[in-house]
Design a protein around this ligand. Structure first.
Ligand code: AMP
Ligand code: ZN
Length: 664
């Protein structure tokens, strides 16, 4: 079969499977088979850049980096919605509507998804742009990032209009949100507060490959444009579904406000069974003709009304405020509550977030407080019932010292949390750090689990991760449930960890904010621990994608003599404290600060090798040309659209030979 045909066939197949999986939730092939096909397509596209397509299913993995998001004026304004909170308010709205329009009025009830609103523009069935709501008049162009969301169709099916906009909400389902947070906690990072903010934050990440890793979803609810041959909202939802969009099935057509209220009351209870967060129902006049008659106020359409759910809330007594110490020393205040039923579970504890929150809400022990369960996994306290406050109650004085080791707490400027600075002497920190050190993504020490670490620490056999390397079989044999064989495995596992590569050792050290990705970046940049240790905060900030917080934290870690001593010991025990010689051999910083786009076919080196060479020498590779591209590395048969774009932006074109010379 000719290659172009094969490529197109694979694209169509993959698009369909993608749709089955992410929109219909009915996969027809295994993930494995999908990956095989995707790989096949990737390879063909790589070999035949002349058939490149910006909306190919291979683009879902991301790669394009947006440094600053271009502002785009919405062709049709994105309005807000008026809110109502009661049956009476909804009935008042219905009366106003009926005064302004002729004939019978029908209503579409939809759920109000809580995420980040987005406007997608399609031309000739191709996604051409995705823009955030912004202020409703203009928003940010986040197309590169939105393309990675699997449920957003890059190409449409059926009889779609030539050009239109479709609006909806980008959401992060609870399950994916929880998984992301679990990973963050493991990396010693603060968990995200709620799915909504995380969804909107995700859209503004610079690296679309990072966005691709997030389990975002896109739910659509509004079609806008000229010459769209559709007569009603309900029909438009149906059409959007046919064209391949994910339009939730919960929407219903109603003929009276009492039927609308039934819908509201039903979902007020059952929304907790949905996979993502909702905060109300949106009621819309169904007929587009009537919508036109009703028009807009300064801020919102007269033809729609949001009915907001009351957050599920209960009141209960706050018995005591206690404080928890995390492995990085962060203190979390915890409200210990009189057990109460909330959204189907018994709640005994709630997060109080930080000192500011306690002060702001004036929360005191003995108070009757309101507890809510939102998108967060942990319920939170949203206020105090002051009518029930004991006149003798005392203002809460936030902990001054660590509940575990009595060290005076510190709070860095601009940070919400207090910290226990007794890094190497505070039991939960000691234990937590070793637990992190041995964890799967860090040193992954075979034969050593969390329970054993607890024992080793409580028996005072180890006080930091360097101490692991002093353990002998006879030290651990007396421990509970330790047999000869398991003791041997443990010692062997520890010994074997000396082969773990530098970037994972760096991650294992448990420096605050240094997760897997940052550790890799630092390892690549500094190449060995001594250079990293010697780096100043300014040096660190100068590295691409290393922000102030990380820089401060790394410098702070190495400012401690004790930490330096522990790291020195690890080095002496023979751990990998530098990038391996073979990795090092081909690495420089020659290309630092330069972004390349690779296009076409090359004679001497493959595209993958070129990519690796650029990255090994400190440069960056991007998938598409923008004003940030420094070089277009051009081979034979380069795609004409790339060439045109490069010419328009004045991007430097270089050949394979010129590139290889740059590295000399
Ligand atoms: P608000 O931000 O409270 O003014 O509410 C308006 C926002 O609700 C819109 O910008 C949308 O992002 C969001 N929304 C969620 N679901 C829907 C829906 N089904 N119809 C219209 N807007 C919705
Ligand atoms: Zn402490």
């Amino acid at each position: 079969m000719d290659v172009e045909k094969k490529i197109n066939q694979l694209r169509e197949e993959l698009q369909q499977h993608n749709y089955n999986y992410y929109v219909l939730d009915k996969p027809e092939i295994s993930d494995y088979d999908f990956d095989i096909k995707l790989k096949e397509l990737q390879e063909l596209e790589e070999k035949h850049p002349e058939f490149a397509d910006e909306n190919s299913p291979t683009q879902r993995v991301g790669g394009a980096v947006t440094k600053s998001f271009a502002t785009v004026v919405h062709e049709f304004r994105m309005y807000s919605l008026s809110n109502s909170y009661s049956k009476e308010e909804l009935e008042d709205w219905e009366k106003r509507v009926k005064k302004l329009v002729d004939g019978k009025v029908e209503y579409v009830c939809e759920l109000k998804y809580d995420g980040a609103s987005i406007s997608l523009t399609y031309e000739n069935g191709q996604l051409v742009r995705a823009v955030t709501r912004g202020d409703g008049i203009q928003g940010d162009d986040v197309t590169n990032n939105v393309k990675t969301i699997r449920s957003v169709p890059l190409k449409l099916k059926g009889d779609f209009p030539e050009k239109f906009h479709i609006r909806g909400e980008i959401v992060l389902p609870y399950e994916g949100f929880a998984k992301m947070n679990a990973e963050r906690v493991e990396a010693g990072e603060e968990p995200y507060a709620n799915p909504r903010n995380t969804a909107s934050g995700s859209l503004k990440l610079q690296d679309s490959a990072e966005v691709a890793k997030r389990p975002l979803d896109c739910l659509l609810y509004n079609i806008t444009g000229e010459n769209i041959n559709i007569k009603s909202q309900f029909e438009s939802l149906q059409k959007a579904r046919e064209w391949g969009f994910k339009v939730p099935d919960e929407s219903e057509l109603k003929t009276s406000t009492s039927a609308v209220m039934d819908y509201v009351n039903y979902w007020d209870v059952h929304r907790h069974d949905l996979p993502y967060e909702t905060d109300g129902v949106v009621v819309k006049v169904n007929s587009f003709h009537q919508q036109d008659e009703l028009g807009y106020t300064a801020k919102s359409p007269r033809w729609a009304m949001a009915y907001k759910f009351k957050a599920e809330q209960e009141s209960t007594k706050l018995n005591k405020i206690t404080y928890q110490v995390g492995r990085t020393g962060a203190i979390t205040p915890v409200a210990n509550l009189e057990p109460v039923q909330l959204a189907g579970t018994v709640v005994k504890r709630a997060s109080l977030h930080n000192a500011d929150q306690i002060e702001k809400l004036d929360i005191r022990e003995g108070d009757t407080v309101f507890v809510e369960k939102g998108g967060e996994i942990i319920p939170k306290i949203v206020g105090v019932d002051f009518t029930k406050r004991d006149p003798d109650s005392k203002l809460t004085k936030y902990a001054q010292t660590c509940p575990e080791c009595d060290t005076e707490l510190i709070r860095n400027e601009g940070e919400a949390a207090h910290y226990c600075p007794n890094y190497n002497g505070c039991p939960p920190q000691i234990n937590g750090r070793i637990q992190h050190y041995i964890s799967r993504k860090a040193m992954d020490i075979e034969g050593l689990g969390g329970e054993t670490v607890n024992l080793l620490v409580s028996e005072k056999l180890i006080a930091n991760y360097a101490d692991l390397y002093t353990l002998k079989k006879e030290d651990v044999l007396p421990l509970e449930r330790m047999a000869d064989k398991s003791a041997e495995n443990l010692i062997n596992g520890i010994e074997k960890s000396k082969e773990i590569p530098f970037e994972r050792v760096l991650f294992a050290l448990g420096i605050r904010y240094v997760g897997e990705t940052v550790a890799k970046k630092l390892a690549k940049h500094y190449k060995n621990i001594d250079a990293l240790e010697a780096a100043s905060e300014e040096d660190l900030i100068a590295i691409d994608e290393i922000g102030e917080r990380i820089a401060w934290s790394v410098a702070d870690f190495f400012a401690s003599e004790e930490n330096r001593r522990i790291v020195e010991r690890l080095k002496n025990y023979g751990l990998q404290m530098q990038i391996s010689a073979e990795k090092l051999a081909n690495q420089t910083n020659i290309l630092e600060g330069n972004t390349f786009v690779i296009s076409g076919v090359f004679e001497k080196v493959s595209r993958n090798e070129l990519k690796k060479m650029i990255e090994d020498n400190g440069g960056k590779v991007s998938g598409s040309i923008s004003s940030k591209t420094n070089y277009l590395l051009a081979g034979e048969n380069m795609g004409p659209s790339k060439l045109a774009k490069a010419e328009k932006l004045g991007t430097n074109l270089i050949s394979e030979d010129q590139f290889l010379k740059m590295l000399k």
